[in-house]
Ligand binder design. Sequence first.
Ligand SMILES: NC(=O)c1ccc[n+]([C@@H]2O[C@H](COP(=O)([O-])OP(=O)(O)OC[C@H]3O[C@@H](n4cnc5c(N)ncnc54)[C@H](OP(=O)(O)O)[C@@H]3O)[C@@H](O)[C@H]2O)c1
Length: 409
Amino acid sequence: MKVLITGASGLLGSRIFETLSREYETIGTYNNKKLDKFHFLDITDKNSVEIFLIKTNPEIVIHCAALVDTDRCEEDKGLASKVNVEGTKNIVENWWDYKCKMIFLSSDFVFDGKSGPYYEDDNLKPVNYYGLTKIKGEGLVKQKLEDYLIIRPALMYGADEYSKPSFITSVLEKLKFEERIYVDNKIMKYPTLTDDVVEAVRKLIDLDLSGIYHVCGEEGITKYKWAKKIAKFYGYSEDLIVESNEQSKAKRPLNANLDSSKIKKVIGNLTSVDEGIRKTFKTKFAKKYNFKIIQSDQIPLEDRTSYGGYSIRRLFTETIDTLAENIGFYETTICPNSIVKNHYHKHSDEILYFFNRGSIRIGSELVSINQNDIVILPRGVPHEVISGNKEIKLLAIKIPNIPEDKIIC
Ligand SMILES: NC(=O)c1ccc[n+]([C@@H]2O[C@H](COP(=O)([O-])OP(=O)(O)OC[C@H]3O[C@@H](n4cnc5c(N)ncnc54)[C@H](OP(=O)(O)O)[C@@H]3O)[C@@H](O)[C@H]2O)c1
């Protein structure tokens, strides 16, 4: 089956593309953020949309492309309407030609947040222009198409490899530099892990279901309390999170609590706030910001015992040569039952190579370490090394920066 994903360069579209590519033939589009694996498409250009759809001839279109910045939509209503309403219209307009299924991404902002929980068929009433454009988009889909899915997620977060940072990653970017973070403590949010939405899309396609589905986290929390949890989990000072009284340009629904029991019958429970922080930590940060543990059995036998360049050289293709002069190697022994206290490095990434078993706490996550494991800790990540009842010998390698594309493990 051929699946077209508009907005594949965005937060959700990129995850949908990655996941569905394992099962289906997928075509992804970008608009401004050029990525070689995707095709350029401007959904506001009616002719190009038509030509693109005829050329690609998909069986399913997952329409993620949108102007999502709620304040920007309020400031530039013309653009918001052009992208979110006209853009959607351009896709559904000639639908009779394509005979495929449309999956439209709507939003919790189609409700005013005054009398939740909201069910799929409740009356729609927005408090801002972005919400209005989503209602109009939904209207076009319902009016013009027979086979469609409308999915309404709430505030999404998760791995954001190509897209704008989502909440957890943007909070961490600031915490890393000990910057204060000013966040709202009045509006109730229902954080939704992108992977839950991806799973919903995947299962709904598999089961060939249609209609409207809410896919929202079930725990209400303000951004302030959420940011505090993030700081605590990662071992940063919670005092850096400060309540903000700043008024946003667009009004927000105070409590857009969407009932997700319908989708739960299809995908099971949605990820809780705490679990979401842990999952994001393990997937995204292993890749970009934080640590990576290489289990010893993944390292070729001949590399496990040698160090001083060689085994590490095997981990970083040619990078090591260009960085060699700046790399510091430090061999350390940690006595039994002791801790190298919580610290982080401001100016260098670090690789820890463990000669014996032990454990390391990264943020508030305690991780067991096997003999010959390697832990990669990009700068700014708080950690402490804990020895068990035996001493730990480890090699610490400090590198000014590990270019992400050079991490081959
Ligand atoms: N993020 C949330 O918290 C949230 C919550 C509820 C619902 N939603 C809905 O979920 C969907 C995905 O959201 P997201 O957070 O993944 O969005 P996002 O990260 O902001 O990505 C938006 C995507 O739309 C593309 N795009 C923008 N203007 C375009 C145009 N004129 N023509 C073609 N493509 C265009 C962007 O391409 P470039 O980046 O390449 O320019 C990008 O790929 C949206 O419909 C949004 O309304 C999002």
